[in-house]
Design a binder for this molecule. Structure first.
Ligand code: ADE
Ligand code: ZN
Length: 326
């Protein structure tokens, strides 16, 4: 069996996927029309051509601009439903989905509208497509910690719909320690914890150290710069903290997919996983991300299976979902 067909056939678990990052240009036009908005582009191709990111900051500008079309509960439903259909077509059986409530509440869209639309799609996805999902609420690290705390409190009535919290957006000058109180309170409320330590960011290794030692995260998103610290690699392994890596995203915001680093960490026994991040912007869902690493490194079938085993191991899925992968 070729590895390509192994990728197609592998039951998949996706752990790093921003739902707002799945907003394809085609859906942008549909939502803009429905909401009476004029996009500054004439065609889908014009939108795609405008995706010229050279780093995380330039990506984030386009990413937040693109969200303007998301206004109603139905918009969030349609966004999430489109992702669930795409994921199912690639053999994803379980996905943990990030959402960024502050990217919406900060422009006047209520938290309730956002989460209800996504939740309804999750339930339909389970019933109609057979895909299981968990929702992770991310705080935007370039906003004040007080706003993150207020968002955490606002989420509590929906506690049962959210499995954990994360931290994303612009990392420059926004270390994990800025959110120590928020994450401590989130832990008390029973949320699991993850944080982005994006590839090749300033102070990346120190941010990874803070995540592990000061915050006590359960997982790290990206985190590949740990490769330069044997001590922190040992600590990840000792604590069973996995990394959710995103090769195609890496190639847009840094210099290449970091596939060799992913393979090195895999070989050193770190629980690394391959995921898609913001597929509508970076042009690759989970299968294309696995194929990108495969093409660069010639991963064996066993490596590909290990990546998916790692994903289900470090996932926050309920036991019955974990068992369905065995
Ligand atoms: N928000 C969406 N994608 C992100 C990424 N890769 N890093 C930080 N914040 C994000
Ligand atoms: Zn991300």
């Amino acid at each position: 069996m070729s590895s390509e067909s192994i990728i197609d056939r592998l039951p998949k678990c996706e752990l790093h996927l921003h739902i707002e990052g799945t907003l394809e240009p085609e859906l942008k036009f549909v939502l803009a029309k429905r909401n009476g908005l004029q996009l500054p582009y004439d065609t889908v191709e014009d939108i795609r051509a405008a995706y010229q990111f050279s780093d995380l900051t330039s990506f984030l500008v386009g990413y937040y601009d693109g969200m303007e079309v998301l206004r109603t509960e139905q918009d969030f439903y349609d966004l999430a439903w489109a992702y669930l259909e795409k994921a199912t077509s690639q053999g994803v059986l379980y996905a943990e989905i990030f959402f960024d409530p502050q990217a919406h509440t900060s422009r006047g869209v209520p938290f309730d509208i956002v989460i209800r639309g996504i939740r309804r799609a999750q339930l339909d996805g389970e019933r109609q497509l057979g895909i299981q999902t968990g929702l992770i609420m991310c705080f935007l690290r370039d906003f004040q910690a007080e706003y993150a705390m207020a968002t955490l409190l606002e989420s509590l009535p929906y506690r049962k719909w959210i499995i954990g919290v994360g931290l994303d957006s612009d990392e420059r000058g926004n270390p994990p320690s800025k959110f120590a109180r928020v994450f401590s309170r989130a832990r008390q409320e029973g949320y699991l914890l993850t944080m982005h330590c994006d590839v090749d960011q300033e102070n990346s290794v120190e941010h990874i150290r803070q995540c592990i030692e000061d915050i006590g995260v359960d997982r790290i998103d990206h985190g590949t710069n740990v490769v330069s610290s044997p001590e922190l690699i040992d600590e990840l392994k000792r604590r069973g903290i996995g990394l959710t890596c995103c090769p195609i995203s890496n190639s847009w915001v840094s210099d290449g997919t970091k596939s060799a680093v992913i393979k090195s960490l895999l070989d050193q026994g770190v629980k690394v996983t391959v995921n898609s991040d913001d597929p509508a912007y970076f042009g690759g869902y989970i299968a294309e991300n696995l194929a990108a690493v495969q093409a660069e490194l010639g991963l064996t079938a066993q490596d590909l299976v290990t990546l998916q085993r790692n994903a289900i191991d470090i996932s926050w899925a309920p036991p019955e979902v974990k068992h369905s992968f065995r």
